[in-house]
Design a protein around this ligand. Structure first.
Ligand SMILES: [Zn+2]
Length: 94
């Protein structure tokens, strides 16, 4: 199954320039055989997936048994988890 993607700018600084730092398929959930690339923004160093899956593919990329391997010992991780729950609720309501 080919996942639809979109190229995006850095969510932190809006820069469109980046360098590829790694690539590979979805090793954990094997949702597709597509190769994904992690990039580093040349403007601010933010790491993200680019191109990223479009919103229409969120249910495929985040299967029902998806969970982020987090502990709740830091405020950052708690905030990330809350964001993940918000995202999941939006996807399941679509
Ligand atoms: Zn940036």
């Amino acid at each position: 199954m080919k996942i639809g993607t979109e190229h995006v700018e850095c969510a932190i600084c809006g820069c469109f320039d980046y360098k590829v730092i790694g690539q590979g398929p979805d090793y954990e959930f094997d949702t597709s055989r597509d190769v994904w690339q992690s990039v580093e923004c040349t403007g601010c160093g933010h790491l993200f997936l680019n191109p990223r899956p479009t919103i229409d593919n969120a249910k495929t990329i985040y299967p029902s048994d998806y969970y982020p391997p987090l502990d709740f010992s830091s405020g950052y991780r708690r905030k990330y988890w809350q964001s993940e729950l918000y995202w999941r609720n939006r996807v399941t309501q679509a």
